[in-house]
Design a protein around this ligand. Structure first.
Ligand code: PLP
Length: 873
């Protein structure tokens, strides 16, 4: 018989061991090796058999063993030390507290971070890939820095699927159920009964959710759980699976995450006294509805109108976009969204047409029938960012239509390059070495700390790399055996697995989700050449591959099958291996043990990529297409760049070219370097590259660097903006909204009548100046409310200004022109030689705007009088 539900009976711990319960209840064990060592010591065998999950360990360990430990003075001393360490960690002032002391204005009291998925530990399968892992690393690093973040997400009862293979190599999916009571989380309660968060749905239905609180070090993570009795069976399934179900299911999930999430934050702060967030961070479009709930709050409880509430909300909101793949953008059928925000389920004060306008693709090429969550996020957030420098540029291009008056370069989307949480991804011995050599972890924020590690000596470094590779090989064999047994092989057929992979062979890792742009099978382009690499008599290469295809993605599953089938061939099966069920545990083993981390996406479709960063922190070398973070930080000697055929439009030819470049790199550079050994057996030049990788990339790829950037460049400025708008009875928000209304109303009347260059005789000269006068019609707008600028720069063949610089013109008291004409003038320094051009641009100006392009509107002269050409000599 099959159980219909799982549940976990908690052990009663002897008083002497009560701290074990407290340690298990805070996820810090996930990144604190000494705490994990205490759990391992409770019962090493059970620890391994429960997948190193403290909560399960405590559920399964025998009571006699606990009694024994409670009398074991040495164990109790270790336990006390771990508990004291946790207390210190939770209470001591950290980076953010010092940042607050030095800041001119107080940083945000708290930041609410919303994400549809979180990858915190393999024991909590609430993530599908990079987005979730990033969110998990964000929370952990915020905790390590003392940043007061509250995380908000959903609790999926069946999480994301676990993957196995059929005998034919086809992906099979299983959704093991989780039991929140067996996980490190507690239910948010009020006098013993669960706090309920509700969201109204059409047809008189009410979606109710409980709230689970996960302690991620210092950071509380609130997870909303719809699986409970107040809901009818269909609504109980709203939080059943991550990215499961159709459009309506996904929309309900996102309504719960965004609207319910804000309500959960309110309930949590009210019950615990936690400071109320001043800043809200939407991690991708899934979380966008949080902005609508905040609009409702401002309208219903403060009495603002829609426009005023919009200003107040925007000022304190940050939106992060994570994908340049159009298919990856979260969009819903328009009428579906409309149904969820109209009639009796409309949010009070939010007319449905205003809601719909927020998600409308109003730009050229936009689809009038969809509601775009990313676009809504950008309209609801004053600050928007992509996740690598290249992705920032691609996003400005992709979403530039929302700011039609401006060139792509000026679109107000910045970037904060992702990072990874070192203590999660670096091997335990790596962390241990780091701790023993560098006392102050902040030294790792600069190359100095990393130099100390690499100065320890090359043989030390090599021994560690070899140990990690060896451990990976052992792990691969064990997993491979399990996988083959699942595929139906008998033990007798699997003797070859004892010799699969070789701990001395150059080991390459390739693991990621399997959307087509990641090109899982690029390496199969020329199978003979690949086989020759694997079988090379002196310089062989071995490859470990892993990855999940989305359950609905048949194409992705075919790619997996292709790789699996290739690896099934007895001629190569000991050198190329596909391991099913790529999750955080497998990822950790791979990024630690692989010598080379391979990534070959179709540029520029990888927004950032983070697995290569994890590898770099462990002394792996990246070999990647220059996409995402690698485009930014590859410096010519910290790894390899696969040359790309960016301009080639035939995808087959492009793949051929890039695959050939990949084989060339392995044959001519990577393998020769790895196998070039000195008398002591050390690959000197390889280790030079490893050392350079650690020193050059170490400080950059840390998620603490990323979170500090978010604090300094986005959260803190957002808090300042937000306060300026909400202080004094929301005076700023009212003022700004009224001003925008007035200016936008009058905007169609703004015109540039005439532009002239007055000034010196003769041709313009470098280091000279240009006196520009512009005659404008302002359509009733006060000159104070406008910025009139000269843009001057080089011009390309199409007369487009390239990287222009701007000089502001000032209004003149000029009797030569009569109303409605107004004249502006100013002097532009000529600081570059060559073919230049200029134009004049008018845009709205207000001290509460944060970016010149923020309102998206600008007026330039009609083309005929547009660019003035001139050549500087
Ligand atoms: C790090 C990680 C990812 C993201 O890696 P990419 O380089 O962005 O593909 C995905 N899944 C798991 C399990 C990870 O650990």
């Amino acid at each position: 018989m099959k159980a219909i539900r799982r549940f976990t009976v908690r052990t009663v711990l002897p008083d002497e061991l009560a701290s074990l319960g407290r340690l298990a209840a805070n996820l810090r064990w996930a990144w604190h090796a000494p705490t994990r060592a205490v759990f391992a010591a409770v019962d090493p065998q059970t620890w391994e058999s429960v997948g190193r999950d403290p909560a399960r360990l405590l559920g399964e360990v025998r009571p006699e063993r606990l009694r024994e430990l409670s009398r074991d003075a040495e164990f109790r001393a270790r336990l006390d030390e771990a508990a004291a360490n946790l207390d210190r960690y939770l209470d001591s002032p950290l980076w953010y507290q010092r940042f607050a002391e030095g800041a001119e204005t107080a940083p945000p009291s708290a930041i609410a971070y919303f994400s549809a998925e979180y990858g915190l530990d393999a024991a909590l399968p609430q993530y599908s890939g990079g987005l979730g892992i990033l969110a998990g690393d964000h929370l952990k690093s915020a905790s390590d820095l003392g940043v007061p973040v509250i995380g908000v997400g959903l609790l999926y009862r069946h999480g994301y699927f676990s993957q196995s293979l059929s005998s034919e190599g086809w992906q099979l999916e299983r959704y093991p159920e989780i039991d929140p009571r067996g996980l490190p989380m507690t239910r948010l309660e009020d006098d013993g009964s669960p706090v309920c968060v509700t969201v109204a749905l059409p047809d008189d239905r009410l979606l109710t959710a409980h709230v689970w609180v996960v302690r991620v070090g210092r950071v509380p993570l609130l997870l909303l759980d719809a699986c409970q009795e107040d809901n009818d069976p269909e609504l109980r399934d709203v939080t059943d699976r991550l990215y499961g179900g159709g459009n309506e299911q996904r929309l309900r999930q996102e309504l719960l995450l965004g609207i319910g999430g804000v309500r959960a934050v309110r309930a949590y702060c009210a019950r615990t006294g936690h400071p109320v967030p001043e800043v809200f961070h939407m991690n991708e479009g899934h979380a966008g509805f949080l902005g609508l709930e905040r609009l409702r709050e401002y309208i219903e409880t403060v009495g603002l109108d829609f426009d005023e509430a919009l200003e107040a909300t925007r000022a304190g909101t940050v939106f992060t976009t994570h994908t340049p793949v159009p298919a990856g953008i979260d969009r819903f059928p328009r009428d579906l969204v409309e149904r969820h925000f109209s009639g009796p389920v409309a949010l009070p004060g939010l007319p449905v047409e205003r809601v719909m306008a927020l998600g409308a693709e109003t730009y050229p090429g936009g689809d009038p029938d969809v509601f775009n969550m990313a676009v809504m996020g950008m309209r609801l957030a004053q600050r928007v960012n992509g996740v690598s420098r290249l992705h920032g540029a691609v996003s400005r291009e992709m979403f530039g239509g929302l700011w039609p008056g401006f060139d792509v370069d000026e679109v107000p989307i910045t970037s904060v390059t992702n990072g990874v949480h070192a203590a999660t991804w670096v091997s335990e011995e790596g962390m241990e070495t780091a701790r023993s050599l560098v006392a102050d972890p902040e030294e790792f924020d600069t190359p100095r700390g990393w130099e100390r590690i690499v100065d320890k000596g090359e043989d030390e470094l090599w021994r560690m790399r070899c140990r990690l590779r060896e451990r990976l090989v052992a792990e691969v064999r064990a997993r491979l055996r399990v996988s083959w047994r699942q595929r139906g092989a008998t033990e007798a057929e699997l003797a070859w697995i004892d010799d699969a992979l070789d701990p001395d062979v150059l080991t390459v890792g390739f693991a990621r989700r399997v959307p087509s742009y990641k090109r899982l099978t690029l390496m199969l382009r020329d199978r003979e050449r690949l086989a020759a690499l694997l079988r090379h008599p002196e310089r062989p290469v071995q490859i470990v591959i892993a990855g999940k295809a989305h359950p609905a993605d048949e194409g992705g599953k075919r790619l997996i099958q292709e790789i699996v089938r290739f690896g099934d061939d007895p001629r190569v099966r000991d050198r190329i291996v596909f391991l099913p069920d790529y999750d955080m545990a497998l990822a950790a083993a791979l990024v630690r043990g692989c010598d080379v981390w391979l990534n070959n996406p179709l540029r520029p479709l990888e927004a950032c990529g983070t697995s290569g960063m994890k590898s770099a922190l462990n002394g792996g070398l990246n070999l990647s297409v220059r996409d995402g973070w690698w485009d930014e930080w590859f410096d010519g000697s910290n790894g390899w760049a696969i040359p790309t055929a960016d301009g080639v439009s035939d995808p087959d030819r492009r793949d051929d070219i890039e695959a050939a470049a990949l084989y060339d790199l392995f044959e001519e550079q990577v393998a020769p370097l790895f196998y070039d050994r000195d008398e002591a057996g050390l690959p000197k030049r390889w280790l030079e590259m490893v050392k350079h990788t650690l020193v050059s990339l170490g400080p950059k790829v840390l998620a603490t660097r990323m979170v500090r950037e978010y604090v300094e460049r986005l959260y803190q400025p957002a808090a300042v903006s937000s306060r300026r708008l909400v202080a004094d009875g929301q005076r700023g928000a009212r003022e700004l909204a009224a001003w925008k209304r007035r200016v936008l109303h009058a905007w169609p009347g703004v015109r540039i009548e005439h532009v002239e260059v007055a000034g010196k005789d003769g041709p313009p000269q470098l280091d000279g100046e240009l006196v520009v006068r512009a005659t404008l019609v302002l359509g009733g707008i006060d000159p104070e409310d406008l910025s009139v600028e000269v843009a001057l720069g080089r011009v390309d063949e199409a007369d487009e200004l390239v990287e222009p610089s701007f000089t502001e013109l000032t209004p003149l008291e000029d009797r030569d022109v009569a109303p409605p004409l107004v004249r502006f003038a100013g002097t532009v320094p000529l600081d570059r030689a060559g073919a230049c051009g200029y134009t004049v641009r008018v845009r709205p100006r207000h001290p509460l705007l944060t970016h010149p392009a923020e309102m998206g509107v600008a007026v330039v002269p009609e083309p005929a009088t547009g660019i003035g050409g001139l050549v500087l000599r």
